[in-house]
Design a protein around this ligand. Structure first.
Ligand code: AMP
Length: 466
């Protein structure tokens, strides 16, 4: 299949060519002709599949086909996204592919002044990419007119529900014209998503490119079992031993993200930045830009802040803490291995998280390889403790972000357990990963390649620049 066979105009094809894309990805090949035809589409597509261009290209094509007379504050296309970052990325994609077309687009999200947004809408905009909360705010104040919306896109709909946007979405949907095209993209397909979709889409065509609830194909996944108190130390060593240049690390809480970032910088001397909901938009944009530019080696993120981050060829994702919800694991590791690149997802799992790991394996219908690292083998005398705030297996989605900081790191028990470890954080980095025989772990025999290669590499280059 070629891009030229999809029904896109010359301006769009030129812009696609400039991106160096030779072939449409499967989701693009399937979705683009359907969207151009005006069909409602329900797409089960993970990030990294090229889904953004899968809807932005045909939307631009459709826009070019008619020139309706627009009234003040009316818009033609609305794209709803869960996060500001994703909104900005969709806008970037529209700007990239639409560079040879004339239309006006804008992003609308909270955390920045509302007045310039009112003003821009008044001047006239064709495409709005927005997060639900701020958009509803503007709509309630009469700042936008949805009556001419031709196409509505809900991008990463599952995440919008996770983030508690359902009420805002319902209110916004009630303002949309009935006669419109609707596209809904979601990485996972829960019952809630199906219910939402059935209320919004008319005779939708289902487009699926990856098996439901599956993890992306080109991502190698590995688990290292390690005590909670030694995770930071292991992470530093993996980064240094593997000479990882760009790694996205997930923590469960904003507090945890800040703490880890500080430790990586101050103790391990690794340039790191945190990105989460408590950071200002400016700080988040800067952290992402520094990371993309290679000025920052580690970006520590919470699930919601990282949602939709698109970094070409991101090679490493680390789950410093496993997510409470298995779907989030799929989203997290989808940050690597994008658009056919090889990616590696490493999970550092402590005794408290075994249940979460089992849930993830059940959800993804796969066993994740456990690689034993002798120097970090967990202390068997440490007993599992429940993850605080009821965030164990059966917990509701989304709670980890909205409930304010998780006090887990502060609790006495975890402090006690941390004290059990002989290594303090400071000492830890100076302890090299030991390359010893691995006699008794059944996993160890079949592992070999992954870490061994890294260890060998480290041995060969003891003075590698940190
Ligand atoms: P997405 O799933 O939309 O977040 O896209 C993932 C990545 O794939 C982005 O970095 C895109 O720039 C890239 N991409 C999109 N379409 C193609 C294509 N046809 N060929 C190669 N890469 C693509």
């Amino acid at each position: 299949m070629k891009f030229t066979e999809l029904g896109l105009n010359e301006s769009l094809l030129k812009a696609v060519k400039e991106q160096g894309y030779t072939e449409p990805t499967p989701i693009q090949a399937k979705a683009i002709p359907l969207v151009i035809e005006g069909k409602d589409v329900l797409a089960a597509a993970q990030t990294g599949t090229g889904k953004t261009a899968g809807f932005t290209l045909p939307l631009l094509e459709r826009l070019s086909q008619t020139t309706p007379v627009m009234k003040k504050k009316q818009i033609r296309v609305l794209v709803l996204t869960p996060t500001r970052e994703l909104a900005a990325q969709v806008a970037e994609s529209i700007a990239t592919y639409g560079k040879y077309m004339s239309y006006r687009s804008m992003v609308i999200f909270g955390g920045v002044g509302i007045n310039p947004q009112f003003a821009a809408l008044k001047k006239g905009v064709d495409i709005v990419i927005a997060t639900p909360g701020r958009l509803l705010d503007i709509a309630n104040q009469g700042g936008i007119d949805f009556s001419a919306v031709e196409t509505l896109v809900l991008d990463e709909a599952d995440r919008m529900l996770d983030m508690g946007f359902i009420h805002d979405i319902k209110k916004l949907m009630a303002m949309m014209p009935k006669n419109r095209q609707t596209l809904l993209f979601s990485a996972t397909f829960s019952r809630e998503i199906k219910t939402l979709a059935s209320g919004l889409l008319k005779d939708p065509v289902l487009v699926e490119v990856a098996r439901e609830n599956s993890t992306a194909g080109k991502i190698s996944q590995v688990v290292h079992l390690v005590d909670k108190s030694r995770k930071r130390e292991l992470l530093s060593q993996l980064i240094k031993a593997g000479d990882w240049k760009q790694v996205l690390v997930f923590t469960r809480t904003k507090h945890g993200a800040n703490k880890l970032t500080k430790q990586l910088e101050e103790i391990a001397g690794i340039k790191a930045a945190a990105i989460h909901g408590n950071k200002s938009q400016g700080a988040r944009t800067k952290a992402l830009a520094d990371f993309k530019a290679g000025n920052v080696r580690v970006l520590v993120a919470t699930d919601i802040a990282a949602r939709g981050i698109d970094i070409d060829q991101l090679p490493h994702v680390v789950n410093f803490e496993l997510p409470n919800v298995p779907e989030d694991y799929v989203h997290r590791i989808g940050r690597t291995g994008r658009a056919g690149m090889q990616g590696e997802a490493v999970s550092l799992v402590c005794v408290d998280e075994h249940e979460l790991l089992r849930n993830i394996e059940k959800f993804t219908k796969s066993k994740i390889e456990k690689v034993d690292i002798e120097a970090f083998r967990p202390d068997p005398s440490i007993a599992a403790e429940p993850i605080q705030n009821g965030r164990g297996g059966g917990q509701k989605r989304g709670g980890g972000q909205r409930g304010g900081g998780n006090s887990r790191n502060k609790n006495n028990n975890s402090r006690n357990r941390n004290n059990k470890s002989k290594n303090t954080d400071n000492k830890a980095d100076k302890t090299p990963i030991e390359k010893k025989k691995r006699p008794h772990n059944p996993h160890a025999e079949k592992i070999g390649s992954y870490l061994q290669a890294k260890l060998d590499n480290m041995d060969k280059k003891p003075n590698r620049r940190r």
